[in-house]
Design a protein around this ligand. Structure first.
Ligand code: ATP
Ligand code: MG
Length: 418
């Protein structure tokens, strides 16, 4: 959004219904938070703003937890678990551990070591079996590691349970101990301790949702050679989709990453949102001269990881990182949430601008100090009415958001009938 890109057509000023024109930089370059009660019109407003961006051929990417935005015209939809996937080989050990449900630091370290071993087996030794550490010298091992420079490298995740067992090695006892080797024998007690972990890994590998989401090869059965399920439709790597939209003008389309497959698994949902946000940030940081992007996340509070609420860990939460570092990389947030109380203060503080729909409680209003003296007006706003406040606005700008006929998001909720 260099120079001036004026957005229009998304709102009219109240009370006299003059069209509102806002410069995109003024609105987005310090991130925009849309708050308000359920049904107050947040998602509709976001769609109106995204459409205004699209008319100016600016880039919008939506992380859509419910599939609400997947039906919009002009959307390119990557539906996770359907036509889009996250490449498991690009997950870090920490991320994989979190998905599998491993929280013991020692086991996470073993998982990381096992992933490295499997990468050696696949890429350096070109073998289809786990990497056996017993009897391997440190010299050979380090030489092999040197040949594994490029990260991320593919590996055969089906071998993970067996590989974890191979990680449990130790020197021989007493006089025979040879410390120039990775290990001389298996550490049986440690292997036994791993049993619950192995069960969790196997459960993950066998879970059909996880298989589709992360494009896991099916676990190998005896005398079976199946790799990835090829009967499924073409799947795009989400990182590829993000990179495409980050690298060039969007051709009047926006990208919707539909996360509805994760609706029943909030823990993985959070991790995926965090990972995608961090990935987009790193793409943008490495492509500094590319187009500005507005990253939109609805129901954002549900998808913040625990790290977002801890001062020392904030950087481990992808959305929080974008809030802190995105501006310099041209990555701007538009988050929606029902209550300002839902967001940790440190994140709330990163938003230079707010679009406030109806907010009624004193507690909520007090979290929004910039709107203190118009609290009463905010509490009386009708559906679709909202007020822009923040650094981009010398004084509050109260508007009625314009819902265009052909751009309705899919918000239908069941209604009571006779
Ligand atoms: N500006 C508007 N003009 C006309 N109708 C609107 C407007 N904004 C919202 N509505 C209608 O109000 C209803 C609720 O809107 P919306 O789904 O955007 O609310 P929301 O704040 O996102 O709610 P939730 O927090 O539950 O997701 C929808 O049926 C929508 O069509
Ligand atoms: Mg909504």
């Amino acid at each position: 959004m260099t120079g001036t890109t004026n957005l229009d057509g998304f709102a009219v000023r109240r009370p006299f219904a003059e069209p509102v024109v806002i410069e995109a930089n003024r609105l987005f370059s310090q991130h925009l938070l849309i708050v308000g009660q359920t049904g107050s019109g947040k998602s509709t407003s976001a769609v109106a703003l995204l459409n205004a961006l699209m008319r100016q051929n600016q880039t919008g990417i939506i992380l859509d937890p419910t599939g609400e935005y997947a039906h919009l015209p002009h959307a390119v939809v990557g539906k996770l678990g359907d036509n889009a996937f996250i490449d498991f080989a690009k997950l870090s050990a920490d991320q994989l551990a979190e998905i599998i449900g491993i929280d013991d630091d020692i086991v996470v370290a073993m998982l990381s070591a096992a992933m490295t071993s499997l990468r050696l087996a696949y890429n350096v030794l070109h073998q289809e079996t786990p990497y056996v550490k017993v009897g391997v010298s440190w010299t050979d091992y380090e030489a092999q590691l040197e040949r594994l420079h490029d990260f991320p490298r593919p590996y055969d995740i089906r071998l993970l349970p067996d590989q974890l067992l191979e990680e449990c090695v130790q020197p021989a006892s007493d006089a025979e101990a040879d410390f120039s080797l990775l290990g001389q024998q298996y550490d049986r007690p440690r292997q036994r301790q791993l049993v619950p972990v192995l069960a969790a890994v196997r459960k993950f590998l066998a879970d059909p949702t996880m298989q589709r989401l992360f494009r896991l090869p099916r676990p190998k059965r005896r005398s079976e050679q199946v790799h990835v399920d090829t009967s499924a439709k073409t799947q795009y790597d989400v990182v590829y989709l993000l990179t495409m939209f980050a690298a060039m003008k969007a051709q009047h389309r926006f990208l919707v990453i539909d996360l509805s497959a994760l609706r029943s698994n909030l823990k993985v949902g959070k991790l995926v949102v965090s990972t995608l946000a961090a990935t987009l940030l790193s793409i943008k940081t490495n492509l500094p001269h590319t187009v500005p992007i507005v990253l939109t996340v609805d129901e954002a509070h549900r998808y913040l990881t625990e790290a977002a609420s801890h001062v020392g860990w904030v950087d481990q939460d992808g959305l929080s990182r974008v809030a802190r570092e995105g501006r310099k990389a041209g990555l701007y947030l538009m988050l929606m949430t029902q209550s300002p109380l839902d967001l940790p203060s440190q994140l709330l503080g990163e938003f230079g601008n707010l679009l406030v729909h109806r907010v009624t409680t004193i507690d909520e209003l007090s979290k929004l100090p910039i709107v203190n003296d118009i609290g009463k007006e905010l509490a009386q706003q009708n559906v679709g009415e909202a007020t822009f406040v923040g650094n981009g606005f010398e004084e509050p700008l109260t508007v009625t958001m314009v819902r265009a006929g052909d751009v309705q998001h899919d918000t239908a909720s069941p209604v009571f009938r006779d």
